[in-house]
Design a protein around this ligand. Sequence first.
Ligand SMILES: NC(=O)c1ccc[n+]([C@@H]2O[C@H](COP(=O)([O-])OP(=O)(O)OC[C@H]3O[C@@H](n4cnc5c(N)ncnc54)[C@H](OP(=O)(O)O)[C@@H]3O)[C@@H](O)[C@H]2O)c1
Length: 292
Amino acid sequence: MTQKIGFIGLGRMGSPMALNLVRAGYSVTVYNRTPEKTKPLAEAGAAVAGSLAEAASNAEIVFTMVSDSTALQDVVLGPVGLLDSLQPGSVLIDMSTVDPKVSRQVAEAVRARGAYMLDAPVSGSTMLAEQGTLSIMVGGEESVHERVREVLLKMGSRTTHVGPNGAAASLKLAVNIIIGVTMEVLAESVVLAQRAGVAPEIAVEVLSNSAVASPFLKYKAPQLLQPLGPAAFTASMMQKDFTLALQMARETGVPLPATAAANEVLTMARGLGLGDHDFAAVTTVIRQLSGG
Ligand SMILES: NC(=O)c1ccc[n+]([C@@H]2O[C@H](COP(=O)([O-])OP(=O)(O)OC[C@H]3O[C@@H](n4cnc5c(N)ncnc54)[C@H](OP(=O)(O)O)[C@@H]3O)[C@@H](O)[C@H]2O)c1
């Protein structure tokens, strides 16, 4: 068993994921930019590092689970980043959803340091992170994936090697456009039914048992009914992923008409001040713009 793990980024996803590693018996040192968020991990038995360098310096595996490409660059390549503290032969595993080009840039810098990098973004939400049942996509060397697979399986129920560095980051964007577009069309469906006199609860119950039923619909049903309740994945984060996917599409010449339309609804959500709400807030947007 790999004993020493560094874990950076204790947000909505990172906190439950790191907790699962602590509960599995690994020696985990956590770091978060906002130190207060380390408290529950410390109570569960994790060591708390005061700097990125401290979190990485003794670790055989360092995980990052941060917001976006800029955050990843900051924590690894920035002036107080962890790059120079990585042990030769250690593995940096970035589980955030970031630009595949940035992921490859970081992988190159890590390789030059004599360490390894995997991009290992996840499909699933906070609930699946808590349960340790995320689906994990892996980009990088297959042999490195095999080396760390046992640890990854403490956070997810399956891992899939996708290809070289950046391949999993690309696939993650392809997965997330389905999630985002699905949420938007669910919002249209529920509000259409509601305006025709059907209670949203009934509409969601029927949808959850219909031909379009899916694990996604099942775990997002509460947010579909209460879009402005506690956020699992914010509208701003979803737009970050759509923007990356649309950029990748332009570079590869792939038309993404449904993604482009759903992206506009996220712009409306942000314009209405709903960016920090769950991306189910697109339901609120459609509701506010309907009924005229
Ligand atoms: N939420 C989901 O359902 C979900 C599902 C799959 C994938 N993801 C992906 O997982 C990643 C994390 O999402 P999340 O929902 O956990 O986000 P979150 O709750 O907003 O957490 C973001 C984390 O990144 C840290 N961070 C941001 N900028 C930083 C910087 N410049 N330097 C150092 N740390 C920085 C934050 O630190 P502070 O606490 O100091 O702000 C926090 O720990 C994202 O890439 C997201 O797309 C999310």
